[in-house]
Design a protein around this ligand. Structure first.
Ligand code: 4AD
Ligand code: MG
Length: 461
């Protein structure tokens, strides 16, 4: 079988010749002696039109096909200079591979994204989700290519862990214990020592701590894998299971970290604009009108930089318009992040040097003793897309911070070892993969960029 992609990309080779393609029927129109099938084979964003005639012995069968049927068509690729599409297949043979029932949930009309979420097994057959999931695939490839071209080592960090990287306590417990009959210690507590691993374990919230150990061996590494957060936030940008890209670079500080993040985002945007022009035009026309202009502007300009303290001064002036009023020390909410990037800077912005109280234990303490060398990258339409920092590389300062937060040093022995044996300046960040897909497609809800989303109260399929 030829693919529709191959035909569109190398049309000169195929025009006037016989081609055979397989695909799913998007629509059927028939009159007495001939009919049209619009066919989509998933390899290319544009559909292919097929004309068939009553000289075919299964003319009646084909005319009765429902939307969604799978067919194989053999025929001559013929130019159609007068029509909307550049060519069509004049069919000699249409073989029905699998008919489709008349109650096929995707009829030839616009369905709402909410409705399509209820049929996540069928929605990849629609234009919107064809575009989203091809672009998602390309972004993943571009990210690997970006890091591999720069000789970063791809490290697979574990999904089951005994530590809580972000210290937010938002973890899914992993256990084989029988909930009906939990083993108890003498003082009545659940005896996690009797569990599979002999201790309490969870699904990872981040691969960073393990990633750091490899950065102290390979210099530059990245992870790219699933992470899990039991955050009880039912928003358009939080999922319980999402993918994260976490580079970690040794002999590097926060500035190097931000340069890497900016270069990576620009690389990925350029890659997708170049490799998925049809899909990106579709998003620009039907999902988010300003998308292409915005992304083209991003690749051609520098990201903005502002410290947390400066950002708070800016935000305080607008406090009357916020649901949640800001003051120095508070964490930024989505409304504040979006105000900064959409109204004030009008491009991606790095916010740096947050108060240590609202950031994780591993971030390097600044000289002021109050803030840490952290950076969040905020983008229009979403808010935080990247969170990163320079890491505390000083053994004493790190253990002091862990004591303040009541973290058990036994659980982090491997992590402290890195500060004992050849500690280097080092930094890294985490890019939320789904938020990156949202940013590049203009899709507003994280549920529509994950094939099978997991969010509070929802684990279908
Ligand atoms: O800011 P976060 O929590 O940073 C970390 O996990 C660090 N360990 C990263 C590092 O320095 N190596 O998460 C990083 C990014 C966020 O900026 C956001 O894009 C995404 O992960 N993220 C989520 N995406 C979807 N759903 C959620 N519940 C998310 N939580 C974080
Ligand atoms: Mg963060």
């Amino acid at each position: 079988l030829t693919t529709v992609r191959e035909i569109f990309r190398n049309r000169e080779e195929y025009l006037g010749k016989e081609v055979t393609v397989g695909g799913w029927v998007r629509s059927v129109r028939d009159s007495k002696t001939f009919g049209f099938l619009v066919l989509h084979d998933g390899t290319f964003f544009e559909p292919l039109q097929v004309v068939y005639h009553d000289k075919m012995e299964n003319f009646a069968e084909v005319s009765k096909l429902n939307v969604g049927a799978a067919v194989i068509v053999r025929g001559i690729l013929t130019p159609t200079p007068q029509a909307k599409q550049p060519f069509e297949i004049q069919a000699e043979e249409v073989t029905v591979e699998g008919a489709s029932a008349p109650d096929y949930p995707l009829q030839k009309k616009r369905h709402s994204l909410e409705y399509l979420r209820t049929i996540s097994h069928l929605r990849p057959r629609t234009n919107t989700f064809q575009a989203v999931f091809r672009v998602r695939s390309l972004i993943a490839y571009a990210i690997h290519q970006f890091f591999q071209e720069r000789d970063f080592v791809y490290v697979h960090t574990p999904l089951i862990t005994g530590s809580d990287c972000e210290g937010a306590g938002e973890m899914f417990r992993v256990t084989t214990l029988d909930l009906e009959d939990l083993p108890r210690t003498a003082d009545g507590k659940v005896d996690t020592g009797k569990d599979f691993f002999g201790k309490e374990t969870n699904l990872t919230v981040s691969g960073q701590l393990n990633g750091e150990t490899y950065a102290q061996a390979f210099r530059n590494i990245y992870t790219f894998g699933p992470t899990f957060r039991a955050e009880n936030s039912n928003t358009t940008r939080h999922a319980a299971e999402f993918w994260m890209i976490e580079p970690e670079i040794a002999f590097a500080d926060l500035k190097d970290d931000m340069m890497l993040a900016e270069a990576m985002l620009k690389y990925v945007i350029r890659y997708v604009l170049e490799h998925a022009p049809e899909e990106m035009n579709f998003f620009n026309s039907f999902v988010d009108k300003g998308l292409l202009e915005r992304l083209n502007h991003v690749v051609d300009s520098e990201f903005a930089h502002v410290t947390y303290t400066e950002a708070i001064e800016i935000l305080e002036k607008n406090n009357k318009n916020f649901d949640y009023k800001v003051s120095w020390g508070c964490d930024l909410q989505t409304e504040h992040e979006r105000y900064l990037t959409e109204q004030v800077f009008k491009r991606p912005v790095f916010v740096t040097d947050y108060p240590k109280e609202i950031k994780a234990f591993y971030m390097k303490l600044n000289e002021d003793g109050k803030t840490v060398a952290a950076m969040d990258c905020l983008v229009p339409g979403i808010g935080e897309i990247i969170g990163g920092s320079q890491r505390e590389d000083d053994y004493e300062k790190l253990t002091q911070r862990m004591d303040e937060l009541g973290l058990k040093k036994e659980d982090y022995g491997f992590y402290l070892d890195l500060r004992k044996y050849g500690s280097t300046r080092h930094a890294g960040f985490g890019l939320g993969f789904e938020r990156c897909v949202m940013y590049l497609t203009g899709i507003a809800n994280i549920r529509d960029v994950v094939p099978f989303p997991r969010t509070v109260g929802n684990c279908e399929l």
